[in-house]
Design a protein around this ligand. Structure first.
Ligand SMILES: *[C@@H]1O[C@H](CO)[C@@H](O)[C@H](O)[C@H]1NC(C)=O
Ligand SMILES: *[C@@H]1O[C@H](CO)[C@@H](O)[C@H](O)[C@H]1NC(C)=O
Ligand SMILES: *[C@@H]1O[C@H](CO)[C@@H](O)[C@H](O)[C@H]1NC(C)=O
Ligand SMILES: *[C@@H]1O[C@H](CO)[C@@H](O)[C@H](O)[C@H]1NC(C)=O
Ligand SMILES: *[C@@H]1O[C@H](CO)[C@@H](O)[C@H](O)[C@H]1NC(C)=O
Ligand SMILES: *[C@@H]1O[C@H](CO)[C@@H](O)[C@H](O)[C@H]1NC(C)=O
Ligand SMILES: *[C@@H]1O[C@H](CO)[C@@H](O)[C@H](O)[C@H]1NC(C)=O
Ligand SMILES: *[C@@H]1O[C@H](CO)[C@@H](O)[C@H](O)[C@H]1NC(C)=O
Ligand SMILES: *[C@@H]1O[C@H](CO)[C@@H](O)[C@H](O)[C@H]1NC(C)=O
Ligand SMILES: *[C@@H]1O[C@H](CO)[C@@H](O)[C@H](O)[C@H]1NC(C)=O
Ligand SMILES: CC(=O)N[C@H]1CO[C@H](CO)[C@@H](O)[C@@H]1O
Length: 679
């Protein structure tokens, strides 16, 4: 009997120890600051409804000024993914917090502005349906005012409803868009949405002991005022969940009551409340008394010694790898149990096999996610290499891959490392790889011209993201048609990015060219790589050029072309047709007349420009996006393919007329494939 009790206590204690160990790492992230927003921030933020991340800002509702219908009746939310503990259940302690943010509520001359934006504390990261118009993305006609919402918000309201004082006020809202307290901004000489774009800076303070909520607001650039605009005592414990999420919500009304709701900067600091489990486990320990305590100590001792023995038996890096795993941090890839993956892939059954790549075999898996009992399809990459060198490096690289989030990248879900076997888990792409669609007779008709164009725009967008938009340059290293996967809507997504480096820091995939099985990569590898053995953004662009020609011509860069009894590589063949002024003949004949002549020519010339033997002459990813999007003119391609020389000369002389790609001439705007992209 007392042994049972002891075991229970032991378990509680062990859990407790685990929790304590975790605590210091968590508390370090109880404040954060976004100076600008980028798509990669999706690892920290949950976007809902009509929100997006664009132009360095959170766009809470649709981000367009040209299409009135597209911004009418919209709502969106963006929430920080990690909840914060706001109050203690055992005593009256509440967390103080401070937040400051920069907002822009933008309206065009013939819009009247509507409806508003709100800073929100909510029990979850979801958004109610039909929360557009007066509901501000906070509530809707059926949930408004319900105590179970557990929402507290500060609204910035630009549209007068019956219950509002005017169309330019802030308010404190509890579970409802009908504010408990409002302050009109007119008397304070602030217009939320004036003609012409104006940023406003807001400071919000909540004092957990006095329960005072204060809001300060100025036009950006002005100093923080002495007095708050709004000041109200509110006991958050009465209204919000103990673990609550922070974020923003917004909505638009019916034209002309529309606006763009943007958040440009955001920082948050939340007090760390003392762990309550401390006092709970202490109470249990004291209550059970001495005998159980002694047994507990003995058991602990035995377990500790056993663990020590096990560890020294197996003292190589592999076991450290597990101990160091930080898989519970939000920005770390999740670690999965080998047995779960085994089950998901039906013990790596042949019928679940999707294909084989440069790194190993890919299986389909069906993972049951316990929380909501739904089955998720995944792709499991099983690596053929049996040892990984440099675990820390590997994890670091894996974390980079994990943090890369873009709609044209195949998302890494997690990893598993057991008994020398490495598995990586990715989103499952139902339509397989691009090369299958290009070459399998039953499939090629699924790739009409529009789809091909869109696929290339997607890949360019992903490449631009990897090269320029993420905080460190990521080189794909292995761009080819078999690494481009298609989702159920035929959106293209790049896979295998960054793997070469993650798997073997220092070495890279070109070193393996001599090995059997990877020769298929030939045709995608830039000539300088055979000399340097190094992958660069320029060599990625070369690979992209090969993919462009492949998609437009419907021919593999890895096999040659017989033309008038002469043998050409794909690039040389297209270049020859270009010289002869009949580049159109290169277009995949299976397309018949069903393609856009201008577009095909633009892509083929772009493909040639990317295949330039001199790396510095190739366009960069950003220019590629603009060329495909039609916002930049087609590159000039010389009639004869320039010769490759080694060693490479330094940057080409500025007198070279062909060099149209210097970045300085480009706008600083991101990848504007606006025409093509549809999220
Ligand atoms: C977060 O907290 C740390 C100390 O805990 C502090 O040094 C840092 O400046 C804070 N960051 C922000 C954005 O407030
Ligand atoms: C927006 O909603 C209102 C009703 O709430 C409706 O009358 C109007 O037609 C809607 N506008 C658009 C563009 O859907
Ligand atoms: C909030 O800001 C005030 C001063 O502006 C500071 O005294 C307080 O410590 C801050 N609280 C938190 C939780 O950062
Ligand atoms: C609103 O203004 C834009 C230009 O500023 C104009 O193109 C559009 O026709 C106007 N719409 C209406 C309904 O007045
Ligand atoms: C309000 O939102 C809830 C949750 O999304 C939804 O179940 C409900 O149908 C919505 N009510 C209306 C009137 O749309
Ligand atoms: C409030 O919401 C809860 C949970 O969604 C629901 O059970 C309850 O009926 C609602 N109350 C009112 C007054 O609508
Ligand atoms: C204000 O807050 C209370 C909750 O404390 C709520 O019951 C009430 O309906 C709110 N609204 C107004 C307009 O006072
Ligand atoms: C009100 O704000 C405007 C700028 O929007 C400024 O030019 C003006 O001086 C302000 N008036 C007062 C009384 O502060
Ligand atoms: C919070 O309120 C308490 C009690 O009124 C006060 O002593 C303390 O100074 C306040 N803290 C801040 C940062 O204003
Ligand atoms: C952009 O879209 C328009 C209309 O959908 C189309 O006519 C035009 O050709 C597209 N531009 C490019 C570069 O494809
Ligand atoms: C050719 C092919 O596999 N097409 C499939 C693409 O994905 C959609 C949605 O899963 C399927 O319906 C198609 O059959």
């Amino acid at each position: 009997m007392s042994i049972n009790v002891a075991i229970i206590i032991l378990l509680i204690t062990l859990l407790h120890v685990v929790e304590i160990q975790a605590a210091p790492l968590f508390s370090g992230r109880n404040n954060f600051s976004f100076d600008a927003f980028e798509v990669a921030d999706d690892s920290f933020l949950k976007r809902q409804g009509d929100s997006s991340i664009n132009s360095g800002a959170l766009q809470l509702t649709t981000d367009t000024t040209s299409d009135h219908d597209a911004i009418s009746n919209r709502s969106g939310r963006v929430m920080y993914l990690k909840p914060f503990k706001l109050w203690s259940s055992s005593d009256d302690n509440q967390a103080s917090f401070n937040s400051s943010f920069l907002i822009n509520i933008n309206r065009q001359p013939n819009w009247t502005a509507g409806e508003g934006l709100a800073f929100v504390i909510a029990p979850d990261i979801s958004i109610p349906a039909a929360s557009f118009g007066q509901w501000l993305g906070l509530t809707n006609a059926s949930t408004n005012g319900n105590q179970s919402n557990q929402i507290v918000a500060i609204e910035f309201d630009t549209e007068k409803q019956d219950y509002d004082p005017d169309d330019n006020h802030i308010g404190l809202n509890i579970n409802s868009v009908i504010s408990n307290k409002t302050v009109s901004l007119g008397p304070h000489n602030i217009t939320l949405s004036p003609e012409g774009s104006t940023n406003h800076k807001v400071w919000l303070h909540y004092n957990g002991s006095s329960k005072l909520m204060e809001v300060y607001m100025v036009r950006d650039g002005e100093p923080k005022p002495q007095k708050p605009l709004l000041s109200e005592t509110i006991n958050l414990k009465d209204h919000v969940n103990q673990q609550s999420y922070f974020g923003f919500a917004a909505s638009t009304g019916n034209f002309p009551a529309i606006e763009l709701n943007c958040v440009l900067k955001w920082s948050l600091e939340v007090d760390v409340l003392k762990e309550e489990s401390d006092s709970i486990s202490l109470k249990i320990g004291l209550g059970v008394g001495v005998p159980a305590g002694v047994i507990l100590l003995v058991l602990c001792g035995v377990l500790y010694v056993k663990k020590r023995i096990r560890r020294s038996e197996d003292e190589d890096v592999e076991s450290n790898f597990f101990d160091k795993s930080l898989s519970w941090l939000p920005e770390m890839p999740k670690e999965f149990k080998y047995n779960d993956i085994k089950k998901a892939t039906n013990n790596f059954h042949e019928s679940m096999r999707l294909g084989e790549g440069g790194f190993g075999i890919v299986y389909k898996g069906i993972l049951n996610i316990k929380d909501d009992n739904t089955a998720t399809e995944i792709a499991v990459k099983q690596f053929s290499r049996d040892k990984i060198k440099g675990k820390d490096d590997f994890l670091a690289e894996l974390t980079i891959i994990y943090r890369l989030r873009h709609r044209n990248l195949v998302r890494l879900i997690g990893w598993c490392y057991d008994k020398g076997k490495l598995l990586l888990l990715y989103d499952f792409m139902p339509n397989g790889s691009l090369d299958k669609h290009l070459y399998e007779a039953s499939n090629h008709n699924t790739l009409n011209w529009e789809r091909r164009y869109k696929i290339l725009a997607d890949v360019a967008s992903a490449l631009h993201y990897l090269h320029n938009e993420y905080d460190q340059k990521v080189v794909h290293r292995d761009l080819k048609a078999s690494n481009i996967l298609l989702d159920s809507d035929y959106n293209a997504r790049l896979s295998d990015f960054g793997l070469a480096r993650a798997l073997d820091n220092g070495r890279n995939s070109y070193a393996e060219l001599g090995l059997p099985g990877v020769a298929g990569t030939m045709g995608y590898v830039a000539p300088e790589c055979f000399h340097t053995g190094k992958a660069t953004p320029e060599s990625d662009v070369f690979g992209f050029g090969a993919v462009v020609l492949e998609v437009v011509c419907g021919r593999s860069p890895a096999t040659g072309i017989d033309h008038d009894q002469r043998f050409f590589s794909l690039v040389d063949w297209v270049w020859m047709l270009h010289r002869d002024g009949k580049i159109q003949e290169a277009v995949d004949e299976r397309l018949g007349n069903e393609y856009v002549v201008d577009g095909a020519e633009r892509l083929l010339l772009l493909g040639l420009a990317c295949s330039h033997p001199i790396p510095s002459e190739r366009p960069q990813a950003q220019a590629i996006c603009q060329i495909i999007g039609g916002t930049m003119s087609v590159p000039r391609v010389p009639p004869f393919k320039p010769l490759f020389t080694w060693p490479l000369m330094d940057a080409p002389s500025s007198s070279t007329t062909e060099s149209t790609f210097s970045t300085s001439t480009l706008s600083s705007k991101g990848c504007s494939v606006t025409n093509m992209s549809s999220e």
